[in-house]
Unconditional design. Structure first.
Length: 71
């Protein structure tokens, strides 16, 4: 079996979809604690900004690791 490698565009789409779900959940939690829309926006923007980049890099690294995959 040939192990398929993901294209960069697939990793980007996966990252955006995941971050959208994460932003929604983070917004609800942050607003629950702050009860302030501006503070919520600031917290969510900062956290999800760097998390999106980290997730993309994580996906790209794992796309090159064959450990645990069947041949």
């Amino acid at each position: 079996m040939i192990i398929p490698h993901e294209k960069h565009s697939r990793s980007v789409v996966k990252s955006v979809v995941y971050r959208t779900l994460s932003i929604s959940a983070d917004s609800l939690v942050a607003y629950f604690f702050t009860r302030n829309a501006i503070a919520t926006f600031t917290i969510v923007a900062i956290v999800n900004g760097y998390s999106t980049i980290l997730y993309y890099l994580h996906e790209r690294i794992w796309a090159h690791i064959t450990w645990g995959q069947k041949k």
